[in-house]
Design a protein around this ligand. Structure first.
Ligand SMILES: CC(C)(COP(=O)(O)OP(=O)(O)OC[C@H]1O[C@@H](n2cnc3c(N)ncnc32)[C@H](O)[C@@H]1OP(=O)(O)O)[C@@H](O)C(=O)NCCC(=O)NCCS
Length: 256
C-alpha cells in the first residue's frame, strides 16, 4: 500500500482506534485490493457486482483506481482490515463524487471510525475539485443514515433503487465550508419543532418539523412539499431529560 496516511485525526475520541493504521490503496497493490474485496464479502457487504468472480472485480477496481475514478481507504489493526471506505466518480465527468461503501467491523463501531472515513471521502472529493459528495442509503440502515446526517449530509431525495428497497438520497455541499450549526435538541425542548399531529394538514406544516426516520412514505411525501432533511435527532441527544421528548429517531426537516 502506498500513500499512507498513518495516524487518525488528532483528537479522535477512542483509544481503541488510535492504534489503527490508515492507508489508501495503490492500483498496483493487487494484494491490498483483493484483501479489501474479501473484507467486504466476509462482512456481507453487498454490491451490484458481488456475484462476479473476485479476480474480475479486482481487475475492474484496479482500472478504476488507476484512472483516478476511485479512491479506497483502509483502516488496519496490525495486518487485519477492520474498516474500509471508497469514493468514486472522481473523474472529470461529474461535479459530484459518490460516497461508495463505508464498512466498519462490528466491534469497532460507534467509536468514530465511520465519521473518520467519511471525512477522508470528503478529502478525496475536495482534492478532485468536486462541489459535492452524494450517496444513497436503504431507509432501514439507521447506522449509515446517522453517520451521514450527523456529518452534514442533507436528505433531498427518496426513491427505489437498491434490491427493490426504498433508499434515501443524501448530499453534502463541499463548497460551503462553514455550514450553520443548529442545536436541534434545544429547539425541541423549547417546543419550536415537533412531530406534526394528525390534525395538521399538509397546508399547515411548520417550516421545521420531525419525521420518523423509518417512515419512508412520509419522508417521500414531505420531500415533494419542498422540505429537506438536515439532521437525525436521537433520544440520546437528551441525556439530561428524565422524560425524553422523543422516544425514537427522527429526521429534522426544514422547508428549503
Ligand atoms: C454505518 C457504519 C459505517 C457507521 O460506522 P461507525 O464507526 O459505527 O460510525 P461512527 O462511530 O463514526 O458514528 C457516526 C455517528 O453516527 C451515529 N451512529 C452510528 N451508528 C449508529 C446506529 N446504529 N444507530 C444510531 N446512531 C448511530 C453515531 O452515534 C455518531 O453520531 P455522533 O458522533 O453525532 O454521536 C457502520 O455501522 C457499518 O459498517 N454498517 C454496516 C455497513 C453499511 O451499512 N454501510 C453503509 C452502506 S451505504
Amino acid at each position: 500500500m502506498t500513500a499512507d496516511r498513518g495516524e487518525l485525526t488528532p483528537g479522535i475520541r477512542s483509544e481503541k482506534l488510535k492504534k489503527l493504521f490508515i492507508s489508501i490503496i495503490d492500483p498496483d497493490d493487487t494484494e491490498a485490493i483483493t484483501s479489501y474485496l474479501r473484507f467486504e464479502d466476509d462482512n456481507r457487504f453487498e454490491r451490484q457486482d458481488s456475484t462476479e468472480s473476485r479476480d474480475l472485480r479486482v481487475e475492474k477496481l484496479k482500472r478504476k483506481i488507476s484512472a483516478g475514478d476511485t479512491v479506497v481507504i483502509l483502516a488496519c489493526d496490525g495486518d487485519k482490515i477492520v474498516a474500509s471506505s471508497s469514493v468514486t466518480d472522481l473523474g472529470p465527468d461529474s461535479q459530484e463524487a459518490w460516497a461508495d461503501g463505508t464498512l466498519v467491523q462490528q466491534n469497532y463501531r460507534k467509536e468514530g471510525m465511520g465519521r473518520e472515513l467519511s471525512l477522508m471521502q470528503e478529502e478525496a472529493a475536495r482534492k478532485a475539485s468536486k462541489e459535492a459528495i452524494v450517496t444513497a442509503i436503504n431507509f432501514d440502515n439507521l447506522g449509515s443514515i446517522a453517520l451521514r446526517m450527523r456529518s452534514g449530509y442533507v436528505l433531498g431525495r427518496a426513491g427505489l433503487s437498491w434490491q427493490n428497497k426504498g433508499c434515501y438520497g443524501l448530499r453534502k455541499d463541499l463548497e460551503n465550508k462553514n455550514p450553520e450549526q443548529t442545536d436541534w435538541a434545544t429547539k425541541v425542548l423549547a417546543g419550536e419543532i415537533k412531530v406534526p399531529s394528525v390534525s395538521d394538514d399538509a397546508g399547515k406544516f411548520n417550516d421545521q418539523l420531525l419525521i420518523d426516520v423509518g417512515d419512508f412514505e412520509g419522508i417521500k411525501d414531505i420531500l415533494t412539499k419542498g422540505y429537506r432533511g438536515v439532521y437525525l435527532l436521537m433520544p440520546e441527544d437528551f441525556p439530561d431529560e428524565k422524560d425524553k421528548p422523543i422516544n425514537k429517531n427522527y429526521i429534522v426537516f426544514v422547508k428549503a
